[in-house]
Design a protein around this ligand. Structure first.
Ligand code: ATP
Length: 265
């Protein structure tokens, strides 16, 4: 399992400053979550790690990112994948016209070097985690439900044999039961050998899954700590879990609640 260290990272999209001096750690074997509202910079952070910012016309303006002590700065996205850092992008982005089996094969192409036996083992593991992907191997991926497509996106990433998985809102738009299934699988994937950096709008679910959490607001880390502590903090309960103290009505909090209600499980 790999460890990630982000130090004082700043990022801009032309004149737009998306991240300001963000520092964050994913220790080897951990599940770490980043919470934050729309536009906080969560996807930007993951893009910086996977070195895909350039596809979005963004650039790192300061700071550093290292994986297992080696700087990722300067690597091409394919080299980052080959190093064991694999991103599941927001919105799944499976190849809808290809079959489920071919999507999984594609995932193995750029991953960490391995033998045919390694690939076969990865496929068996993906099928064990997601039996539906074996049952529907010959169907076009576009025919799968949203939840099944998320399973395929995760399965495709696992075929690259990741040591660190970057997950961008994996439960977004899924029914609660499917979101819970995906969450359980993330725990299993972590237990069988990958560190996880998770960006999630579903704060209640994400805090249950993770050991450490960061709150990102308008490009800056405003709060971080062990997940149980954050889950118990007034700030997180009020803003991200939609739990309010009836005794202390606060008009600002009421506004935030309206905006953030969809964050609760
Ligand atoms: P969401 O949950 O809505 O995806 P997010 O926390 O992932 O939000 P980002 O997508 O990282 O946020 O966006 C951070 C900031 O950067 C926002 O102000 C956004 O408008 C801006 N931004 C993101 N992508 C681009 C881009 N390609 N060009 C210009 N600005 C961008």
């Amino acid at each position: 399992m790999g460890s990630l260290h982000v130090r004082e990272l700043s990022i801009g999209y032309g004149p737009v400053r998306a991240l300001r001096s963000v520092s964050l750690d994913v220790p080897a074997g951990a599940v770490v979550v980043v919470l934050g509202g729309n536009g906080a910079g969560k996807s930007t952070l993951l893009r910086a790690v996977s070195r895909t910012l350039g596809f979005h016309r963004g650039a790192v303006t300061a700071g550093s990112i290292s994986f297992d002590g080696r700087p990722l700065d300067g690597l091409t996205p394919d080299r980052v994948v080959a190093a064991g850092v694999v991103q599941v992008p927001e919105g799944r982005k499976v190849f809808t016209r290809m079959t489920v089996a071919d999507n999984l094969r594609a995932g193995a192409l750029g991953g960490r070097a391995g033998s045919r036996a390694d690939t076969a083992r990865s496929l068996a593991r993906v099928h064990e985690l997601f039996p539906v992907l074996a049952q529907r191997a010959r169907q076009r991926a576009g025919l799968l439900s949203g939840g099944e497509q998320q399973m395929l996106a995760l399965g495709r990433a696992l075929m690259a044999r990741p040591r660190l998985l970057l997950l961008d809102e994996p439960t977004l738009g899924l029914a609660p039961k499917m979101a819970a299934t995906i969450a359980e699988t993330i725990t299993e994937i972590n237990a069988s050998g990958a560190s996880v950096l998770l960006v999630e709008q579903n704060a209640a679910l994400a805090l249950r899954l993770s050991s450490h959490a960061y709150v990102l607001e308008v490009g800056e880390v405003t709060l971080d700590g062990p997940a149980p502590e954050l889950a118990a903090s007034d700030e997180v309960r009020r803003r991200y879990l939609g739990i309010t103290d009836e005794a202390a009505p606060d008009p600002a909090a009421a506004g935030a609640r309206r905006e953030l209600r969809r964050w609760s499980a």
